[in-house]
Each structure stands twice: as C-alpha cells, then as structure tokens.
Design a protein around this ligand. Structure first.
Ligand code: AMP
Length: 583
C-alpha cells in the first residue's frame, strides 16, 4: 500500500470539522487497507507506532527533524527555522520547501517501509542513537512527496494532531469489517482486555468477529481500567446500589495494575504506561505477599514509615522520575492498597462478581506493613456510610469508593459505570467535587497578558457522541509559572480550527486538539446559554456551565482526554446540587 494514500487521508481528516465525516473517512481507509497492514495503519492514524503500553516513542525532537530536512534539501537550518515560524509548524514548512524544490521522487514510499523505518527509529536508543535515527529518517524523507513529507515530519516529532480517538477507530472498524456498528461492543471488549487496538483490528480483518470475541487476558498486556461514577449524597448512593454496598477507602495515590508471571513483573499506570522501573520496591513487596501468577489493582501511596500514615498525593509525585535511585526509595517509601484482582494462576476473574473477587484477595494476599487490602466495610445505612466516610478522610483518604455487591458486579474493563461509585467531597468549594476538564481552546488575555492567552476554554467528555462539550472559561488559579508551562505544553497541540470532536458555541481565539486535562473547581453549576455540556437535555437551548471556575493547580497528566469528567457526571452533580438546596 502506498504511503501517499495515508497522507491524502490525513489531509482530508485535517480539513473536516465533523465527527461523522471523520468516521466515514476512516471506514473508507480501513476498507482500502490490505488486511495484513491494518494494525500498522491503525497505529499510524492515531499518531503512534505501537500500543501505548509498550512505551515506544520516537524521541525525535524538532531540532533533529530540522537538521534531517536541511540535509535532504541542501538548505541551511536557519532557512527552515524561518519557514517554520512563518507557517507555524515543521510539517507545513517541509511540505512547502519540498514543493519549491520541484523534484518528484522516483520511488514510491509504501506504508510497510514507512512503518518499519519509524519502528526502527523508535527502537533505536543509547549511544549514537540520534545519528542513527536521523539517518533512518533521511532515507524516508528523500523518497517523500511534499504531502508525505509534511506528515512524516509531524509523525516523527509526535505532532500529528489529528485527534482520532479510540472510539472513532472502533466505530469505523465495526462498520468497515462487519457492516454493523452494533458489533463495536465485541471490538470494545477485546480492546478493553488487550489494550491494543491494532491487534484487535488485525484479528478482526483477518479472522473475523468470532475470533475477536475470543481475545482474552494475557499477562504483561494491561487491561483497560474500570472507572467509577460519582455521587455526592449517601442515601442516593445506597439506593443506587440496592441498599447495601462494599465501601472501600479511596486512597489518593497512583493507580497501578500489577502483573506477575513467575519472576517477571509489569506495573502499569492508569493511562497504561509501563511504570515497572519506577517501583522496584513495590515489586519486592508484591513478590513476598502474593506467591502466584496474578493481575491485581492497587493504589500506591507514600507512607511515613514511622507512623504508617499516608502522605499527600503531591509527595508521591517525587517518584515520577526517569531513574529511581535508592535515595527516592528511602526518602519516599511506598505502600500498596490492593482493591481488585483480575487474574489468578490462569483464571480470568473479571467476570466474577466483586464479593467473590474480594474473597480471593483475602485468601491469597499475605498482608504486610507495605501491602494491604483497601480498607473496607459492608454498609447498609446512611449513618454507617457517613461515619465510614469521615473515618476515611481522617485517615488521609479522599473519600470512599462504594462498590456493588450484586450478582452482576463484574470488573467492567475500560468502562465507567455505577457498579463503583466514588463519594468524595471537596471542602475547598461549594461544589461537591472538582471536575477534570480538557483544554480545547483559549482566549487572548488583556493588560499584562495581552498577546498571550488569558483564559482557557474547558470541556467535559461525552462518550455517547464521542465529543468534548464546553463547561467553562477558566482564567483564575494560574500562577505565571503555570501560564508558561501551559503555553509550552499547548503549543504542540494547537490546530487552526475547532477540532471535529469539540462541540462549542463560543468561538475561541486559539483552538487545541483535546489533550490536556486540568483539575478545576468552581462555585456551582448553572444553566448556561453558551456552554454545550448537557445542551437541550435539561432545558431547551440551555447547557450547563460552571460559575467562578478556578484551576486547582493539579495537572492531570495521568488522565487522557477521554478520562475527563463526563457530561453525565456533570448532569448528576447539577441535580444533586439542586437536591441539596431543597433540603
Ligand atoms: P477518580 O480518579 O477521581 O476518577 O477516582 C477513581 C480512582 O480512585 C481510581 O482510578 C483509583 O485510582 C482510585 N482508588 C483509590 N482507592 C480505590 C479503591 N478502593 N477502589 C477503586 N479505586 C480506588
């Protein structure tokens, strides 16, 4: 398959502002892709080289790309840098400069060659790696047409910015290979268990839907995490869970999915990054505590070894370093609170109800001062729930996760549902909870901040339509350092028009690909004529907006845009807020 086909597809996607059209274009692309290439095309379309959990990245900075381009074109780097400033990005600069040179390559690039070379670039590490990466990339560039060069440059510098999400890919796969969008559920289940959409696509294209249904758990391959809905009123939580639930402490640390196969361990973050190297101490503790092959989920926190007290989340962030040394291990000692088990000695436990999974945990985990089970109580009254919640806060937790005890309380991989309900309260504001919102646009500032952005347009996520819907414009809570940091992060995600998956009435001065999630607090949720969250759902021609929004200072790098607070959660919060008022 010629790479030009992919480049043309990118170009068409880039000019669309409609998600439906985006899906149609993907369907067309998948149908025209040879079956054995479908996994590669899926990875490339979402701007990756392999599933996220492999941790494979190009590590090919813009400077290196400029140098490679200058050598291929025989131009000095300065000329290229000027063009980048003029056109706003390296891809466009490369395209124009190649076109100006007026040479058409003799050979055609194929998707296979591009993929294999990019993979080699990603895998090249260590001494002399930059030179080797550059040589590899130059080979591709010298065979590229101007349009191909544009996307090769963006791909290798990780700035493809098409914003095609997993949900769009899954819809398109179902339509392209089964003709029926309903089959997406099977694709999604396979993806949730394997975290590898390219692999699922290949099985689907080559072996069909039945084979996709057979995709299961494999040790070392992360399972997409189950997520909790939120509610703020204990009586409603109990009602929703049938009058009785397993209330567990909600520890405020880092969620880790730990896999063990013999002596081999893998640790994955909530975003499925491989963080095995970050917690060698935790691995030793787990080795001692669970002498089996397993997949468990735990919350990792820093503790004060003398008192066993849990330290705030910010302290744990000191362990987010490239090389963990003895210093880090001793200065920031960690403990794990296990709250679920998904696999034990060859058996998939995800479809067993929660009480059974918890029983297994209680049986197999030998608790120590570093490995414990999440503190839990079965409660069936509001008083008990309230008092356990206060105890959790006292003990340094964020609140509770209330879990269904029903027959159907399976581990719903990759889903946010009411089998788990988080109950946390934020004492800093009137709002019952903070929101995790996605930056989708920005407005220019005034006065001292003229010419730079002064406020950000923030959106929630609606999984039903796979859209990001606006909730507020936030300009407070940021320090000067934050603004610098934000500008630095967001410049790589700037796009010329509203992203097709963003639903906004407001017209921002700058638009961004949905990427960065920030924690936002506010006074209350109210009906809004300008924000699209819950538009027409509660009141005609009104959405929901957050009044007096403020950045809490917490960057949620651990959340993908699709992990942001959902529209449904915001509606729920709004309704609960009103109930509070009536009481
Ligand atoms: P949130 O990050 O606010 O969406 O809340 C859900 C998160 O709570 C999960 O992703 C876990 O990281 C964390 N958590 C802490 N304790 C527990 C627990 N006992 N059960 C489930 N999740 C927990």
């Amino acid at each position: 398959m010629e790479y030009s086909k992919l480049a043309e597809f990118y170009s068409r996607i880039e000019s669309t502002t409609s998600r439906t059209l985006m899906t149609q274009l993907l369907v067309e692309l998948f149908k025209n892709t040879p079956k054995e290439l479908i996994d590669k095309v899926v990875y490339l379309s979402v701007g990756r080289i392999a599933p996220e959990y492999t941790g494979l990245e190009y590590n090919f900075g813009e400077k290196l790309a400029i140098k490679a381009l200058s050598q291929v074109l025989g131009l000095d780097e300065h000329t290229i840098e000027e063009k980048v400033i003029e056109l706003g990005d390296l891809g466009s600069a490369g395209e124009v400069l190649l076109r100006d040179r007026g040479m058409e390559p003799k050979e055609r690039l194929t998707v296979e060659e591009v993929y294999d070379t990019l993979l080699e670039i990603a895998k090249t590490t260590g001494v002399g790696s930059l030179k080797k990466k550059s040589e590899l990339f130059k080979k591709l560039l010298s065979k590229a047409t101007p349009l191909e060069a544009k996307y090769l440059l963006r791909t290798v510098t990780e700035r493809l910015r098409l914003g095609i999400g997993d949900n769009t890919v899954m819809d398109a796969l179902a339509l392209a290979f089964t003709g029926d969008r309903k089959n997406r559920d099977h694709i999604e289940r396979a993806y949730n268990l394997s975290s590898d959409l390219g692999y699922v696509a290949k099985v689907l294209a080559q072996e069909g839907l039945e084979a996709v249904k057979g995709i299961g758990i494999e040790l070392g391959r992360p399972i997409r995490p189950m997520l909790a809905e939120r509610m703020a009123i204990p009586s409603l939580i109990l009602k929703k869970l049938g009058g009785r639930c397993g209330a567990e402490y909600k520890y405020d640390g880092e969620r880790i999915q730990a896999h063990r196969k013999g002596d081999q361990f893998w640790l994955y973050s909530r975003r499925l990054e491989n963080i095995t190297h970050q917690f060698p101490d935790l691995i030793e503790f787990l080795k001692e505590s669970i002498p089996h092959d397993f997949i468990v989920e735990l919350e990792c926190v820093v503790i004060d070894p003398a008192s066993g007290q849990i330290q705030p989340f910010q302290v744990l962030m000191n362990r987010r370093v490239k090389y963990v040394s003895r210093f880090h291990i001793l200065k920031y000692p960690v403990a794990g609170f296990i709250f679920d088990i998904l696999y034990l000695d060859g058996e998939d436990l995800t479809l067993k109800p929660y009480p059974e999974r918890r029983e297994v945990l209680e049986k197999v985990v030998k608790t120590t001062d570093r490995i414990n089970l999440a503190h839990r109580k079965i409660v069936d009254s509001v008083e008990e729930l309230e008092s356990f919640f206060h105890q959790a806060i006292e003990d340094g937790c964020e609140g509770l996760v209330c879990k269904s005890l029903a027959e159907n309380s399976i581990y719903e991989a990759g889903k946010r549902g009411y089998l788990w309900i988080k109950y946390k309260r934020d004492y800093r504001s009137h709002l019952a909870d903070t929101l995790d919102l996605v930056v989708v646009g920005a407005f220019y500032g005034k006065g001292q901040r003229a010419g730079r952005f002064g406020s950000l347009l923030m959106a929630c996520y609606d999984p039903e339509t796979d859209q990001f819907k606006t909730v507020c414009k936030v300009g407070t809570g940021f320090t000067e350092d934050d603004f610098d940091k934000l500008e630095n992060i967001l410049k790589d995600h700037r796009i010329p028009h509203r992203h097709p998956r963003v639903n906004s009435i407001l017209s921002a001065d700058m638009w961004f690909e949905p990427y960065l999630v920030l924690e936002i607090t506010g006074a209350e949720l109210t009906y809004s004529p300008v924000h699209t969250c819950a538009w027409d759902k509660l009141k005609p021609s009104r959405g929901l907006g957050l009044r007096f929004p403020r950045f809490t200072g917490r960057y949620r790098f651990d959340k993908r845009p699709e992990d942001a607070t959902t529209e449904k959660e915001i509606i729920e919060m709004f309704l609960q807020q009103r109930q509070y008022r009536v009481i």
